[in-house]
Design a protein around this ligand. Structure first.
Ligand SMILES: CC(C)(COP(=O)(O)OP(=O)(O)OC[C@H]1O[C@@H](n2cnc3c(N)ncnc32)[C@H](O)[C@@H]1OP(=O)(O)O)[C@@H](O)C(=O)NCCC(=O)NCCS
Length: 146
């Protein structure tokens, strides 16, 4: 895993409710956060709010974190399929930069209005806000400012 080409997004402060019986970060909390982060990333990359988790490869918990630590979540698109997007994930400690978790492959599928896989038409990563799905307010018909 090379952190260099991963973009780190959301940060989380480890709170008492995120701890396991060992007093360290609960893996389930971490997976919930990374799945949410991946969903948002997929929406932005594919320009569609209807995306679902299809597959997660082996999850490697490399080290832990304790209460008061701050972790940051990183994702990188690694493959644009026809209806799918594959990403690589890393969670690391904000202060020490030690990796806490890596997932080589998280696959999201782009769905149409019928809930079936539908081609997304994207082939490369965007670093802009140009694909964010539009949600027009009924009283405002002007394009949203970027
Ligand atoms: C997502 C879902 C609609 C896909 O349906 P499907 O009939 O498997 O769809 P397809 O076979 O057409 O595959 C769709 C894409 O997923 C990919 N895919 C399917 N199974 C895969 C797997 N095990 N690993 C990686 N990619 C996979 C396919 O390659 C295809 O990608 P492509 O178009 O880019 O080549 C269906 O499996 C589903 O509803 N799953 C539940 C999703 C969900 O609710 N997730 C939330 C967690 S519970």
């Amino acid at each position: 895993m090379h952190s260099d080409d991963i973009n780190f997004h959301t940060r989380k402060w480890i709170r008492p409710e995120d701890l396991n019986a060992n007093g360290t970060l609960f893996g389930g909390s971490l997976l919930r956060w990374i799945d949410e982060e991946a969903a948002i990333y997929a929406m932005i990359q594919l320009g569609n709010e209807r995306v679902v988790t299809k597959y997660m490869s082996e999850i490697n918990f490399l080290s832990s974190a304790t209460q008061g630590d701050i972790v940051e979540m990183g994702l990188r698109a690694t493959r644009f399929g026809r209806t799918s997007l594959t990403m690589r994930a890393e969670v690391r400690n904000l202060f020490t930069r030690h990796s806490i978790l890596t997932i080589d492959s998280i696959v999201f599928v782009n769905l149409g209005d019928d809930g079936r896989p539908t081609p997304h038409g994207q082939t490369s990563i965007t670093f802009e806000r140009d694909r964010i799905p539009e949600r027009l307010r009924p009283d405002v018909h002007e394009p949203r400012p970027r």
